[in-house]
Design a protein around this ligand. Structure first.
Ligand code: PGA
Length: 262
């Protein structure tokens, strides 16, 4: 089995303020100071990116800084949007695209998500493409079709060298923020299907290297079992990333799981 460095991201969503976000960044960077063998990232709200960046930099932290979204145009009359260049200027290294809340609450479509992903990767940034089926889609047995469409359309016109800078987050919508986690077996099955698709879209080498992480009610007490699955390379953590001790424990679980798989 290819050994992939796990990736654990803390998606703070529209939570924290300048004080609590700073406290969280400090606690997480202190908790993960000596950790290696895992890539950790935090995704604070836009207004706090620079503050969190200074905290991570001052502490010499290896935690990566990510944004929760981006817009694909460089500049111009796009009120309310933030470009890749602006993010880079603020020291942001990676960004989420296609998070289920953006798809289902804000109404983003696969084509827009693809433009955002291309803009990030073309500019040399990393990116996390989020995909996942709704409860209705799973109950209708359509989960593979839906995830396959989201991955295919998301990756349209993205060449293999760029794909290697990509993390794919499989996040079943019915598991996000609900306390319901996909079983490790169900999650593994979907991760394997996505990896298979990557192999067909690119080649076996890219598929063996791309990290596919799980998101949806990952907690300190279920992380180890999820991450022990062969195709689960870490997690995208929402609620539990707001508690530093939990995020640190989950990130450590990913590092341990990778050692066991090596
Ligand atoms: P959750 O969120 O961990 O709170 O379920 C995960 C996500 O939306 O990325």
């Amino acid at each position: 089995m290819a050994s992939r460095k796990p990736f654990v991201g803390g998606n703070w969503k529209m939570n924290t303020n300048r004080t609590t976000g700073s406290d969280l960044a400090r606690a997480v960077s202190d908790g993960l100071m000596t950790l290696d063998g895992v890539d950790a990232a935090v995704f604070p709200p836009f207004p706090y990116l620079l503050t969190v960046r200074s905290i991570l930099r001052d502490r010499g932290s290896s935690i990566r800084l990510g944004s929760q979204d981006v817009y694909h145009q460089n500049d111009g009359a796009f009120t309310g949007e933030v470009s890749v260049a602006m993010l880079k200027d603020c020291g942001v290294q990676t960004a989420l695209v296609g998070h289920s809340e953006r798809r289902h609450v804000i109404g983003e479509k696969d084509e827009l998500i693809n433009k955002k992903l291309r803009a990030l990767l073309e500019a040399g940034m990393d990116a996390v493409l989020c995909v996942g089926e709704t409860l209705d889609e799973r109950e209708a047995g359509h989960q593979e079709i839906v995830n396959s469409r989201q991955v295919r359309t998301g990756l349209a016109e993205i060449p293999a060298p760029y794909a290697e800078r990509l993390v794919i987050a499989y996040e079943p919508v019915w598991a996000i923020g609900t306390g319901k986690t996909a079983s490790p077996q169900d999650a593994q099955e979907m991760h394997a299907a996505i990896r298979n698709l990557i192999s067909r879209l690119y080649n076996a080498d890219v598929a063996a290297r791309v990290r596919i992480i799980y998101g949806g009610s990952v907690k300190a007490d279920n992380a180890a079992e999820l991450f022990s699955q062969p195709d689960i390379d870490g997690g995208l953590i929402g609620g539990a990333s707001l508690k530093s001790a939990d995020f640190v424990a989950i990130t450590k679980a990913a590092a341990e799981a990778a050692k066991d798989k090596a």
